[in-house]
Write a new protein. Structure first.
Length: 263
């Protein structure tokens, strides 16, 4: 099995999430979860066999294994990965995704989101769901980052830095430093790769995360604003009206077009 079809129009239901440690007592494991998707982000070298297909595993690889699929792992020793077991409703248009991909520069962002989801699952399940939903969308869109293989390394590193620090103040010089290029060069690369300026990309990613948190979590509006790096509520309200079509409270209630008064 090389590809599968996944539905992401509805929120996932997290059944289990954690850090898996394998390859200690024995070097082979076989799993089959009848009604659960398996999402794994790997930190080791191994092999995964799905049907007649053998998938090499390397640090930074991510897999999406559909329900009722026998997965046979071949370890080389102690092997640690982040995982989530999920139920997904079969609604909306299916999206084709490779069962195994190299997350490359996206790895730190995916790892950060999964670790946040793991912590949140103990007391804020809606926040955990939002984080895992974001991970699933990013994994499905990994192939969309390809042009001749991967985005320019500086752009990929800059994107990973932005995702990891979306709640923090973000300045183009700092992002360029993370990408190992000058601010002007990053600006040119970003425009070529994404069609956006760096600032426009940050704005879009903040609104996308705000959209997830408003609809998929019960976080208070000020906490959502802080989580996307817009701690000023007036500015957050304005950004939501501009980007989402309504203020944050109206958007959360599902009543688009109703602007909130700043508080």
């Amino acid at each position: 099995m090389k590809q599968t079809a996944i539905h992401l129009d509805d929120l996932p239901r997290i059944v289990n999430i954690g850090v898996g440690v394998h390859g200690v007592a024995h070097l082979h494991d076989t799993f089959r979860l009848p009604d659960l998707w398996q999402l794994h982000l790997y930190g080791y070298t191994a092999k995964l066999t799905l049907g007649d297909t053998v998938h090499p595993i390397r640090p930074g690889h991510v897999s999406l294994i559909p329900p009722d699929t026998q997965a046979h792992y071949h370890y080389r020793g102690r092997s640690e990965h982040l995982y989530a077991h999920l139920r997904l409703a079969p609604t909306g248009a299916p999206r084709t995704v490779a069962v195994m991909q190299d997350a490359a520069a996206e790895t730190p962002m995916l790892s950060d989101l999964l670790r946040r989801a793991l912590v949140a699952s103990r007391g804020a399940p809606s926040e955990a769901t939002a984080a895992v939903w974001t991970v699933l969308w990013r994994v499905v869109n990994l192939a969309g980052l390809d042009h001749t293989g991967r985005p320019h390394a500086a752009v990929a590193a800059a994107m990973a830095h932005i995702e990891t620090h979306l709640a923090d103040p973000l300045a183009v010089p700092d992002i360029a430093r993370a990408g190992g290029v000058s601010p002007n060069h990053l600006t040119r690369l970003f425009r070529t790769e994404t069609g956006d300026t760096v600032v426009a990309y940050i704005r879009r990613r903040r609104l996308e995360r705000a959209r997830h948190l408003l609809r998929a979590s019960t976080l208070p509006i000020p906490a959502v604003a802080a989580a996307v790096g817009i701690s000023d509520l007036q500015a957050f309200n304005k950004a939501c009206r501009s980007g989402l079509g309504s203020g944050p409270r109206a958007y959360r209630s599902g009543a688009p077009g109703q602007a909130d008064a700043p508080r």
